[in-house]
Design a protein around this ligand. Structure first.
Ligand SMILES: [Ca+2]
Ligand SMILES: [Ca+2]
Ligand SMILES: [Ca+2]
Ligand SMILES: [Ca+2]
Length: 755
């Protein structure tokens, strides 16, 4: 016999849906499961329990039996057991009265109410450890521009660059937009700017630098540009685009520009931008005025134009003081059986890992070759019986103790002379302790991301503030090599300087790929883990969103409270009362109106749009009252079927709403709320959450959430579609945020004012 015994605990469940009922029990079960409600009873008194609720079609009473506690005892009581079985999803309050059946007009001696929530037993998907934030609804990046995201610690901002595609949100009007999002770490709100409209290409992703004067410098170039383009943000606006024209360099030819890598060296008070241009080798631009003006800065390594078309793939990292480190290959791994090398720039010269000078003057056009620097990992190395070939750089980091770490990928067991068109890849970590480079196999990286790029993988990231933490994106679980079918993000932790790693998943059961994680430098307390999530067709075609999680250990969060959208708390955004079609259990018609659809969601219904045909229903506003003064994180809750593209448009103000699609959002976790809520429904539907930001609210005051439909077909600007792009709005969740002020460093201004 399969059944569940109810714990007779009292929780605030019905308060969510109906304020007049304050206390009740709750049980959450799944379709097909039996569950039993056990009530103390003593029939010898003449009293018995009566079920006064009528049962819905999806709930049947399987058994009802009374069992005396001590069968020999005359007048003793026992347990009255009611066993039910749910045949479909739904929720209902069951009410039992304890009474003498023959007495009329008498109140029952006791009333027992229990909320029964029946969820589908389907497996949850799109799970994320942490609060998944969508930073940009359309964006992706390549990995040879740095830093693609920076934290302005003083200003409390996270700055993220990406390239948008016509295959994503906004269609052709967004295609090729080189975009920057400035996310406010205090309010959780963001602004998005378009730096340039180019052809879509993830190679166009910009690089950022937070200047010592607090302004932001951005440099970007198209894939095969003639110029590096730059702008400066002063806290309010970006200056007009200026160009550094590589073809104007004396004696220069073949300056076809791609990639930007920005670093400020305080010891020299210079900004460097390292780009792939002359002969597709790394060339330098230098600025002595924080990027306002630039001059040619030389050639880092000498090209060998006889092999392939790119003379080395470089990843850089600077300590911000006196050194820019790099790891590189000789060429593209498609063209050459590449190895990994390391060196660094200091005082206008270049050195290998051991400080042996390789170039006494990097400002001219004579330089060492990539392979002249220190070998980190050699092609054809055999590890655990597998041969590694065609290595490619992924990430690089130096730490305050002088150690250096890098992540790279190799092909595994590919024929070095007759390479496969679809090889398997693995990830490696390597660390330099001042004496040696030591490599560690990390795990499988899967096969190529698309047909024409044999060496594109999900990549990984080192943590700039924590040498014991890394992240990788892989379709194979690094703990046991389980094939996950999509790329998931895993966090790796080491306590032996990278010799061994233990892995925990960040994303689980994702419907789409999670690719190319990055971690911008922040501080020792906080981590921003960013990646993009979606479908990557090619470097020039993708349907992806920039997402991430912020790990801020000094903050503590209360449990989420759920507020269902009702006719009481929800109006049109204009404030006029909400009018819907329904309520009924059918799909809403294509009439540009919201429909109240019963039989789904929390409290028995959801507000729906675009269920049959595309439609454009008016913007809604839900007002939520809080009882305690405080800071609250706010989410909108919507339903989605992961087989399709359900979505909701929402925000904390009517003029800044983002489109949230299931593919970039996470499902609501079991147990995350202060009371049980309905998380799954029939027909492969699940409750999702989208983070809207942070509000400050006084006691018994309200905050507002704006909600809309957006049934526009992905990849177009205005083609409305129904069904697959439907909106099911259920409600709002919020949770208190407390910051441990004692452990927070005082702002610099405050320190100064104490003198
Ligand atoms: Ca030189
Ligand atoms: Ca409608
Ligand atoms: Ca509802
Ligand atoms: Ca609308």
């Amino acid at each position: 016999m399969s059944y569940r015994e109810i714990l007779l605990k009292t929780i605030m469940f019905l308060a969510i849906c109906n304020a007049s009922v304050l206390l009740a029990d709750s049980i959450s079960t799944t379709v097909g499961q039996e569950f039993t409600i056990s009530l103390d009873s003593n029939p010898t008194t003449g009293y018995e329990w009566i079920l006064v609720s009528s049962l819905p079609s999806w709930l049947e009473l399987v058994r009802h039996e009374y069992t005396p506690t001590n069968p020999g005892q005359i007048g003793g009581g026992g347990i009255d057991e009611w066993t039910f079985k749910a045949t479909n999803t739904g929720s209902i309050t069951l009410t039992f009265h304890y009474l003498r059946p023959w007495e009329t007009g008498v109140q029952p001696l006791e009333i027992y109410e229990v909320q029964v929530i029946v969820q589908d037993g389907q497996e949850a998907q799109d799970l994320v450890s942490g609060n998944l934030i969508q930073f940009n609804d359309n964006g992706a990046w390549c990995w040879y521009q740095d830093e693609r995201a920076v934290v302005d610690v003083v200003g409390g901002k996270l700055i993220i660059g990406s390239d948008a595609s016509r295959f994503g949100v906004g269609g052709s009007s967004r295609n090729g937009n080189i975009e920057v999002v400035i996310f406010d770490l205090q309010t959780g709100l963001s602004q998005r700017f378009t730096l340039m409209k180019a052809g879509c290409d993830d190679h166009n992703a910009p690089a950022f630098l937070v200047r010592p004067d607090g302004k932001y410098l951005v440099v970007y170039a198209q894939h095969y540009d003639d110029s590096s383009r730059y702008r400066i943000y002063d806290g309010n606006s970006w200056t007009a685009e200026q160009k550094f024209d590589w073809n104007s360099i004396p004696g220069g030819t073949d300056f076809s520009t791609t990639y930007s890598n920005l670093f400020y060296l305080s010891a020299e008070d210079k900004v460097y931008n390292i780009v792939r241009c002359y002969a597709r080798s790394p060339n330098l631009m230098v600025s002595i005025d924080l990027g306002d003006t630039w001059s040619y800065g030389g050639l880092l390594t000498e090209p060998d134009a006889s092999i392939g078309y790119v003379n080395g793939y470089f990843k850089y990292w600077s300590n911000g003081i006196d050194r820019i480190d790099f790891v590189c290959t000789e060429h593209h791994p498609r063209d050459y059986n590449t190895s990994i090398y390391h060196g660094y720039i200091k005082n206008g010269q270049s050195f290998d890992s051991y400080g042996i000078m390789m170039d006494s003057d990097i400002s001219d056009k004579f330089a060492a070759k990539p392979a002249d620097f220190t070998l980190v990992f050699a092609a054809n190395t055999v590890v655990q019986g597998m041969m590694m070939t065609r290595c490619w750089t992924i990430d690089l980091q130096s730490y305050e103790d002088g150690t250096i770490a890098t992540i790279f990928k190799t092909r595994v067991n590919d024929n070095p002379f007759f390479p496969s068109n679809d090889p398997e890849h693995v990830f490696f970590y390597a660390r330099f302790d001042g004496l040696d480079w030591t490599s560690t196999y990390l795990g499988k990286a899967g096969s190529k991301l698309y047909y024409s790029e044999q060496d594109y993988t999900g990549l990984g990231a080192l943590h700039p503030n924590d040498p014991n933490t890394i992240y990788i994106s892989t379709p194979f679980d690094p703990r046991d090599d389980t094939d996950l079918s999509v790329h998931e993000i895993f966090k790796g932790a080491t306590d032996d300087h990278g010799a061994t790693w233990t892995w925990t998943p960040i994303t689980r059961n994702s419907v789409r790929d999670n690719l190319r994680p990055i971690v911008p430098a922040w501080d020792e307390d906080n981590t921003a883990l960013l990646w993009w999530r979606g479908t990557y067709y090619t470097a020039q075609k993708f349907d992806a969103a920039v997402v991430g999680i912020l790990d801020r250990p000094l903050e503590t969060y209360g449990p989420m409270s759920y507020v269902d959208a009702t006719f009481t708390n929800t109006t049109f955004s204009t404030g006029t009362p909400l009018v819907t079609t329904g309520p009924d259990a059918d799909k809403g018609a294509a009439d540009d109106q919201w429909h109240e659809r019963t039989g789904f969601g929390n409290c028995g219904s959801v507000l729906t749009s675009a269920e049959i045909c595309g439609e454009n229903a008016p913007t809604l506003k839900t007002q939520v009252m809080v009882t305690e003064t405080g800071t609250y994180d706010v989410w909108v809750n919507f339903w989605a079927n992961p087989d399709f593209d359900w979505r909701i448009k929402a925000g904390l103000s009517a003029d800044w709403m983002q489109l949230f699609r299931q593919m970039a959002c996470k499902q609501v976790e079991v147990g995350g709320h202060d009371a049980a809520i309905v998380l799954t429904g029939s027909g492969n539907t699940f409750l999702y959450q989208a983070y809207l930001g942070r509000v400050q609210v006084s006691a018994n005051d309200i905050f507002e959430v704006f909600v809309d439909d957006e049934a526009i077909q992905t990849g177009t600007e205005d083609t409305l579609i129904g069904d697959v792009a439907r909106t099911w709005y259920d409600g709002v969740s919020y949770a208190s945020v407390d910051v441990d002020k004692d452990n927070e460093e005082l702002p610099i201004e405050f320190n100064l004012s104490q003198n």
